[in-house]
Design a binder for this molecule. Structure first.
Ligand code: ADP
Ligand code: MG
Length: 608
């Protein structure tokens, strides 16, 4: 029997290999632009027609290639970037496999014009389906100019597989954005069918983001930076109010290389937890600088996943860094109460020089610190009363008062110490729903239910941070009948529920018995709470499993906060204001709803 194994002709082998690197016009652009960056270009122009299906031109002012190098560059595994296997571990260039040009030339019609700075003449090479058509000396600009025509001309199946122009163009834009963001020091232009899509001048990262995604987004960024022994993180994250319905404005880079990372994405999401609605996605542009030995860049050409040696550590640092950045932003609600002469505050004291509020955030805030925070945190700017402890007492009674159904008991009345009449701020409740109070910039409206939700949430969180959470045994254990699915999902968080003080057991495969709840959750409707927890498990099982304590605090706060339609006494209004502004995030409820709105004086003026 004759031998049946044969070597594939080069052109076929190249086509097969090309399939890995070049999937669509966008991949050609990615490879060519990366080469231009590696060649030290400071200006790169991408000019395409028909979403790159007809032509793709990439022009750079980089170092160019000699005649021999130009010819060599189309050979498979021809690269100037690594010499030995060891170099693989310290790659700083974008490309290094030496496959891109060979692959592109295998599946398209390629023209190259290139010239080094110290040569008078450049080189022209025309190569199509891996076969050289023409090579000659030409006069041209220094740098490199690639023109790729008719991608997949020789693989009809793949050409047919390309999507509509619109879709292919979206891929190109996305690839272009990824690269342009990583290199604000390079000016980039993208032209499609003769019209300029992007003209991005050399700039700083922040401007680059603004130039790509619009001024509005550029102005709503919070800077992020942290440096630890493990890695350096820098970049920008979007303010909560610009969170998006899609995940298009989310960019992670490791050593300036774009990457996808589902696990780190989760860390970002957790940092924004309770600040934005759960169906919105935060905007972020985050760069990690990390020792090359700490990561494993997947050698597969089209893969953008990167493995981190210590991904748990990076996760924690990332989450804490973002929480801190968000905290700094959020700790400054930019509210300056307009209460001179009415109320003694630490910075409106007549005997003290009036200064700008100095501290916009808690400088002692340590994201790693899980120890309980003082409820009456003294680090915040707004301190309408000198004796915060008093408020706390008020608060307790206020809370009980709300819990015991709107009837203010004699007892409660007494425990609310009565500040002198004039020390009350000008406050007003409207529609039994909003609290209105003047502030320096206008009229502030506070949504009473949401404010209370925030206050309760932080109160619960503070209490649930105690090392061991005491349970309160129920006098009358409650039984709840559950369908098998709900019971199964509740069982998945059983352990967490027990950890935070729930005493629950199952009975007959379809019933749970609540024997006790966390002691800090006194006077709650246990059954209602469990039902809400089950509801949350149905909505987003992953979320609640990761963050059980916070979720439960959130659910409890939501279901047990004062409702609209509740008339508030002056003291109660004051207590809500005080407590809200000593909370960590007065602007948003735990689920990301807006608590405060200000009608600007300018807008009021405009009414007249
Ligand atoms: P890789 O980038 O992995 O080295 P490529 O096939 O993309 O492989 O490119 C092969 C080689 O061609 C590069 O190593 C580089 O020396 C040269 N080259 C490609 N594009 C350019 C360019 N725009 N300017 C200068 N040299 C280039
Ligand atoms: Mg390359």
């Amino acid at each position: 029997m004759s031998d049946i194994i044969q070597l594939l002709p080069d052109s076929v082998a190249n086509q097969i290999a090309a399939g890995e690197v070049i999937q669509r016009p966008a991949s050609v652009i990615k490879e060519l632009v990366e080469n231009s960056i590696d060649a030290g270009a400071t200006e790169i122009t991408v000019n395409i027609t028909n979403a790159g299906k007809t032509t793709i031109q990439v022009i750079d002012n980089g170092k160019g290639m000699s005649e021999t190098d130009a010819r060599m560059s189309f050979e498979r595994h021809a690269t100037s970037k690594i010499r030995e296997a060891n170099d693989l571990f310290k790659i700083s260039s974008m490309g290094f496999r030496g496959e891109a040009l060979a692959s592109i030339a295998a599946v398209a019609d390629v023209e190259l014009k290139t010239k080094t700075h110290d040569n008078d003449f450049g080189t022209y090479i025309h190569i199509k389906g891996s076969e050289i058509q023409k090579q000659e000396l030409i006069s041209c600009n220094s740098g490199t100019n690639f023109t790729i025509k008719n991608i997949f001309f020789n693989i009809p199946a793949r050409r047919k597989f390309l999507k509509k122009n619109n879709t292919e163009f979206q891929y190109i834009v996305s690839e272009f954005q990824k690269t342009a963001l990583a290199h604000p020091e390079i000016s980039f232009t993208l032209i499609h069918n003769n019209s300029t899509v992007y003209k991005l001048p050399k700039s700083k990262l922040r401007q680059r983001i603004g130039n790509i995604f619009g001024k509005n987004l550029g102005e709503s960024l919070i800077p992020v930076s942290s440096e630890t022994s493990i890695l350096k993180i820098y970049g920008y994250i979007g303010k909560p109010e610009i969170a998006k319905k899609t995940r298009k404005e989310q960019f992670f880079y490791a050593n300036n290389r774009f990457m996808k990372h589902a696990y780190f994405y989760k860390a970002v999401q957790l940092a924004y937890d309770q600040i934005i609605k759960t169906d919105l996605h935060p905007v972020f542009f985050l760069f990690f600088d990390i020792e090359a030995s700490q990561i494993d860049i997947n050698i597969h050409p089209a893969k953008i996943e990167i493995n981190f040696e210590n991904s748990q550590g990076v996760f924690n640092i990332l989450r804490a860094t973002l929480k801190e950045a968000l905290g700094k932003f959020d700790f400054a609600p930019a509210i300056d109460f307009d209460r001179e002469g009415e109320i003694k505050t630490s910075y409106h004291d007549k005997n003290m020089p009036i200064t700008e509020p100095k501290i916009d955030y808690d400088p002692n805030y340590n994201p790693f610190d899980e120890s309980p925070k003082e409820q009456n945190n003294q680090n915040y700017t707004y301190k309408p009363y000198e004796n915060k402890k008093k408020d706390l007492d008020n608060w307790e009674s206020l809370f009980n008062d709300f819990e015991t159904n709107d009837n203010r008991s004699e007892n409660t009345q007494k425990t609310i110490s009565q500040p002198e009449e004039e020390s009350y701020a000008k406050t007003l409740q409207i529609k039994n729903k909003y609290i209105v109070t003047p502030v320096k910039s206008g009229l502030m409206l506070i949504n009473q239910k949401r404010a209370h939700e925030r206050i309760m949430f932080e109160r619960f969180m503070n209490m649930s941070r105690e090392i061991s959470i005491p349970s309160q045994k129920s006098l009358y254990p409650q039984e709840i009948f559950l369908n098998p699915e709900d019971l199964a999902s509740l069982l998945e968080v059983f352990e967490e529920l027990h950890q935070i003080g729930f005493m629950i057991e199952t009975k007959n495969d379809d019933t749970i018995i609540i024997n006790g709840t966390p002691a800090y959750l006194t006077e709650i409707n246990q059954k209602q709470l469990i039902e809400h927890i089950i509801g949350a498990l149905r909505d987003d099982p992953e979320m609640i499993k990761q963050n059980t304590k916070e979720r439960i605090a959130e659910i409890t706060a939501r279901t047990h906060s004062i409702n609209y339609g509740k008339k508030l006494a002056k003291e109660e209004i004051q207590t809500i204001i005080d407590q809200l502004f000593s909370s960590q995030m007065p602007n948003f409820t735990p689920s990301g709803q807006k608590i405060i709105s200000i009608i600007k004086y300018d807008d009021i003026e405009n009414l007249f």
